[in-house]
Design a protein around this ligand. Structure first.
Ligand code: ADP
Ligand code: MG
Ligand code: MG
Length: 211
């Protein structure tokens, strides 16, 4: 498989919404330990609204679809994660623009723009126990696999493995951004909720491309 079509992007967004709904309580429990117990609720609210907006962009280009997701998340998710994921989808949509299909190079550009958006909006970087700790290693591994000449799906699968490891690596980290940072040392020993939702989104992408 060489290319991802706009239809596939719609299917990806639907799969993210389904996964977030299924894991809503788990994400909220993770947030109860080191935050304010709303991460699953926040994202489920946002992606439920995204689902109602998808029909209006179903026949549009990939950039328009992703920008609609981003705008909806920014305006419907109250917590820190809404503006951060919203910015990520918006930036990815801007980089992809009016394409109807994308390949690995476009995906790398979109992922990197999304990550930059999160980092600039959150004034955050790796090692601070956030979604970035799952996303950044995932992108790096995907990119490295692609430049080794590996097929798109297999490269995405390698990215997902690194993303999951990055998510797990947040457990021993000390939080220095977001609500978890208020706990100081007590944030250690818990998996970051945002890193977990980022992994779920990456998993939804791989599953959609695998279909
Ligand atoms: P809130 O903390 O406002 O209730 P959520 O619970 O929805 O928002 O999201 C919390 C998640 O957001 C955290 O687990 C973390 O991954 C992510 N996060 C918070 N602040 C930042 C930041 N400055 N940069 C990157 N990610 C962040
Ligand atoms: Mg929260
Ligand atoms: Mg909150």
């Amino acid at each position: 498989l060489m290319h991802i079509t706009a239809d596939r992007i719609i299917a990806f967004v639907e799969r993210v919404a389904t996964s977030i709904k299924a894991e809503r309580d788990y994400l909220t429990q993770l947030d109860a330990a080191i935050g304010d117990a709303d991460h699953g609720l926040n994202l489920d609210r946002g992606f439920s609204v995204v689902l109602t907006k998808l029909p209006t962009v179903a026949d549009k280009d990939i950039g328009t679809i992703l920008k609609a997701v981003g705008t909806t998340l920014v305006s419907t998710v109250g917590g820190a994660s809404g503006p951060l994921y919203g910015t990520a989808f918006l930036r990815a949509g801007m980089v992809i623009g009016d394409r109807q299909t994308i390949g690995a190079i476009n995906l790398i550009g979109a992922f990197e723009a999304a990550l930059e958006g999160i980092q600039s909006r959150g004034k955050s970087g790796r090692g601070e126990k956030t979604m970035i700790d799952a996303i950044a290693p995932g992108i790096e591994a995907f990119k490295a696999a692609h430049f080794r000449g590996i097929d798109l799906l297999e490269a995405l699968e390698e990215g997902l493995v690194a993303c999951e490891a990055g998510m797990q690596a947040t457990i021993p980290m000390l939080a220095t951004k977001g609500r978890a940072s208020y706990l100081g040392e007590r944030s250690i020993g818990h998996q970051d909720p945002g890193a977990t939702s980022a992994y779920l989104m990456a998993k939804a992408l791989v599953e959609t491309v695998r279909m």
